[in-house]
Every structure is written in C-alpha cells, then in structure tokens.
Design a protein around this ligand. Structure first.
Ligand SMILES: NC(=O)c1ccc[n+]([C@@H]2O[C@H](COP(=O)([O-])OP(=O)(O)OC[C@H]3O[C@@H](n4cnc5c(N)ncnc54)[C@H](O)[C@@H]3O)[C@@H](O)[C@H]2O)c1
Length: 257
C-alpha cells in the first residue's frame, strides 16, 4: 500500500540497479513517482525497471556512467527531452576501494573521487538549470558516516564522502532562492554488495572488522529498505524546511562512546 507521497514527481536515482539505490527507486515509484533508474549495470537496472512496470508503476532504466561527463550530459538531454525537468535528483551511485594511503596511486585517488563526488557536481550542474526553470526541486546526495568519521584503509573514500557534504551545503545555499533543496544522507554499514564487499576487503587487509564488530557499534547492519524510507522522507515535500543537512542513518554508531 502506498500513500502517494511523490505523486506527480519525476525522480532520477543513480546507482539504482541494486542495493539501497534500487530499494529507494522502488519505494519512490510505489509512492507515485515516475522514476528514471540510472546505472552502469544494464542487466540489473533493466530488471528493476521491469519489475516496477510489471507492478503497474512508471519506471525506465537509462545507462549512464556517472564518472563520465559526456554520459551525464547525454542523460540530462534525454531526460529533459523525453520527460521533463526532474523534481527529484538522487545521486546515490558510489564505490569504495580499500587500500593503504601509501599504496594509493594518483589514478586510484582520482578514480574514486570522480565516481563518488565529481559525479555529483556534474549531475547537479547539468540538471539544476532545467530544475530551476521548472520552479525548483530536491537534490539528495548519498554521503556516509565516513563523511565525518575516518577509518583506516579508506582515506580516499572518506575524503570523497566529506567533499559530498560540502558540495551539498554549497548547492543548498547557492540555489535556495531558486526553490532548490539539497541534503546529504549518511548511512552506516548497509546490507548491500557495497557494504559486504567493504567488510570483506577490510578483513583481507588484516582489519579486525566483522559483522560482530559492526553489531557492537550500530547494533546490526542497516537494511536497504530502512535507508530508502529516510531517502523518501528527504525528497518528499514533508521535509520542505530541511536544506543543507547531513542526515545520519546509523542507529547511533557515531554517538556511542
Ligand atoms: N553499503 C554501505 O554500507 C554504505 C555505507 C555508506 C554509504 N554507502 C553509499 O551508498 C552508495 C552505494 O550503495 P549501495 O550500498 O546500495 O551499493 P550497491 O553495491 O548495492 O550498489 C551500488 C550501485 O552503484 C552503481 N554504480 C557504481 N559505479 C557507478 C557509476 N560509475 N555510474 C553509475 N552507477 C554506478 C553499481 O553498478 C550499483 O548498482 C555509495 O554512494 C556508497 O558510498 C554505502
């Protein structure tokens, strides 16, 4: 059952082929949004879109590598020409590479920053003009608790997630009078391929992290649907006065001593 909290809205979700992006796109569609799912995993992305349309919902998958400016430009042109300006832009796609700082090449550094945060700058730059011309909208960026805490072996990831918070605040202030809200969502460990691979990669580097250790700090893994419900709240009109915020979804892990 849905209450239509996004009825009449057009929502773009990146990283929507699986995990928390797919859960968010699914919830947005069930709440009445017309959803454009964006990813590089075409098989899974098409499958999620197909599942949604089979439910009678409005969804479409479009390929776009968010690390590539040319593909983002093409995505924006397609969305505006074949749909309209989005009401909701959810920049969720991202990746984590676990590596010691001294083993990190300049290519490693630039690749992760490009996928995680340069992508959000380019997406916002390309979609803001049509959103503003249409009267405004909401941008939501997926950061992480790693945006303000740090862990060994994840320097580049933490830098990228911290940069997302400042990009988010900058957009919130610069475009507030144009009807744009921009917020960041900061999850702890989630039960997705990203989260489980991150744990395995840390362990393979000798880090003592484990599901038990995660349970001690955040109780348990966050389910993708729990993340999606917070994302829905932040992109809906119910949070019309939340702007420039970093909303933590971690079951208290960053406040426990
Ligand atoms: N899972 C966690 O524990 C956790 C914790 C904090 C933050 N996050 C953030 O959540 C996001 C990842 O989401 P998830 O946990 O749902 O992971 P996931 O692995 O289930 O999904 C990530 C999706 O992003 C897509 N993607 C990766 N690179 C892309 C690119 N260049 N262009 C387009 N799509 C791309 C993948 O194909 C995949 O479908 C990232 O921004 C990550 O930093 C995850």
């Amino acid at each position: 059952m849905t209450s239509g909290r996004l009825e009449g809205k057009l929502a773009i979700v990146t990283g929507a082929a699986k995990g928390a992006g797919a859960a968010s796109a699914t919830l947005f569609a069930r709440e009445g949004a017309e959803v454009v799912l964006v990813d590089i995993d075409d098989v899974r992305g098409e499958a999620v879109a197909h599942t949604l349309t089979a439910e009678g919902l409005t969804a479409r998958y479009l390929h776009c590598d968010v690390a590539r400016e040319d593909e983002i430009r093409a995505l924006a042109a397609t969305v505006v020409a074949e749909h309209r300006a989005p009401d909701v832009l959810f920049n969720h796609a991202g990746t984590v590479e676990v590596r010691k700082l001294i083993d990190t090449s300049l290519d490693d550094w630039e690749r992760q920053l490009r996928i995680n945060v340069t992508s959000m700058f380019v997406m916002s730059r390309e979609f803001l003009p049509p959103m503003i011309a249409a009267g405004g909208g909401v941008i939501l960026n997926t950061s992480s608790i790693s945006g303000f805490t740090v862990a060994p072996l994840e320097a580049v990831y933490c830098v990228s997630k911290g940069a997302i918070l400042q990009l988010t605040r900058s957009i919130a202030i610069e475009y507030r009078e144009d009807g744009i809200r921009c917020n960041a969502i900061c999850p702890g460990f989630m039960r997705t391929d990203h989260g489980l691979k991150e744990l395995a990669d840390l362990q393979s580097h000798g880090d003592p992290i484990s599901l038990d250790a995660v349970a001690q700090t955040q109780g348990r893994m966050c389910e993708p649907e729990e993340f999606a419900s917070v994302a829905l709240n932040l992109v809906s009109d119910e949070t019309s006065f939340i702007n420039g915020a970093s909303v933590v979804v971690d079951n208290g892990s960053t406040v426990i001593t």
